[in-house]
Structure formats: C-alpha cells, structure tokens
Unconditional design. Sequence first.
Length: 280
Amino acid sequence: MDSRGGQGDIGDFGEESLPELLRSWRRRADPRTFPGLPVHGRRGKGLTHGDVARLAGVSARWYGALEQGRDAGYSADFLDRVSAALRLSRAERHALYVRAVGRPPALAAVPEADATAEMDEVLQRLVDRQAPDPAVVTDLAWNMVGYNEPARLWFPGAVREANQMRWTFLSPEAREQLLDWEEDWARPYLGQIRYERGNHPDNEPLRRLERDILAGSTTARTIWDRRELVDHGDGALRRLRLPYHQGREVAVRTISLRPARSDRLRITVLMEESPEAAAS
C-alpha cells in the first residue's frame, strides 16, 4: 500500500501503520469514561470497533475499513468524528489525517476567534519581555492579536489598523516609514501572503486580505503578478524611519517564531541592529 494506507511507508510518524495507530488508540481508551457505552461483560480493556463507530456516528463497516488501512477517500468530517471519538490530541489527529488521506487537517475556516483565545497571559508575558524591541502576535491573516509597548510606540498606525499587512500596503505613512518599501517590505510580504493563500485556499480572512490589498494598491497588483512565494521573513534586515526615533534611520532584524501549541499564531520581533552590524 502507499503512505496513506501506511503499510510500507515510514512517513512522519515512525514505522507505525494506520491500523497499528488506530488499534493502539482504541485500546488505551477507558470505556467507563464514555457516557452511554455498556461496560459490563467486556472481555478486555479499551474500545471495540463497534464502540468507535457508535461514538463517531458511522457504521462499523466504514470504521473497520479505516482501521484496516483501506484507501477509501475519507472525508474530513468522518476523520474528525473518529478523532473526537478516540479523544485524539492535535498531533494524533494530524497523524490520522496524514496516514488516512495523505495530508494534514486544514485549519479552521474562520481562525480569528480561535487565535484570539490562544493569545493568553503566558504568551503576552513572552511578548512583553522582548522589550525594548517591538514584538507583535498575528493570526494567519496578520490580524494583530497581541503586541508589546514598544510595538505600540513604534507603530501606532499599525496598532490602530490592527492588521500588519493592511497598514503596510494601504496606509500612506507606511511607505514613508518603511524604507525601500517596495523591495524590502512589499515584495516579501506579498510573497508571504501568496504562500499562505496557497496553503489555505479556503481561508476567508486570507482571501479578504488579498482582495483588499490588491484593490487598494496598484503597486501591489504589479508585484503580485510576479507570483513570488516567500514562506517567512525570518532573518531579514530592513530599515525604518519612524516618528518615534525623531526621523533617525534604524535598522532592524526580523525574527519570526511560531508557538508549538498553535497553528494560527506567529510572533514577529524587530530586533534593532547597531550601525556596525547593519553595515556588515
């Protein structure tokens, strides 16, 4: 079988096949913790095929095909039902998708609310501790869900706009404050937007972001036609001239991070460079 059936491909999850993973997940579950499941007269621990099918609301035959590793074009709804029935972690759900259909699960269609909820006190403390360098936390569509005080002081317009990309492309002040705007900022940013749009074609906030930027900027439309792709801006050296610095030119190094617990958040720190380091 191919990697979706999991019989002969090591893939991303060791040598365990899809059937082995599903059997292991069934056996570790305690039937007594599932309301409505009969527990008397059981011969062994864990859930049966029938239990999982019942909890997922599917036929035992259909679940059995999955556990046998058959390639049957399983839907996301079906796999999510099985994932919920087996109480899989996010990493295990990812493994289930990759083994069953050859791809990871898609992100939520509307991630803003989930991303905002993931911006908790611990993450805010991490962002605050990046001072004196500005740091922002954005969701998949670059909506700002968190920032530290230096970010507010350096970029008050972007904080008011509450979206990093919209401010960059649609605010006249951004073109003056972000030096070499077209080459150092607009081109890589549009490459990042195209990259995320390709990875999440059904994400409505990303679709709206693309539409608004291209509608509002003729330069952006010209750059977009180059079809450049950029996965992140980590390590890039860029220059600014902000009111906060009384017009003094400042060089910053972009540091990009993603919390391991979240698929939706990115942390961006602009680390100020000394003139000597920026010139090297």
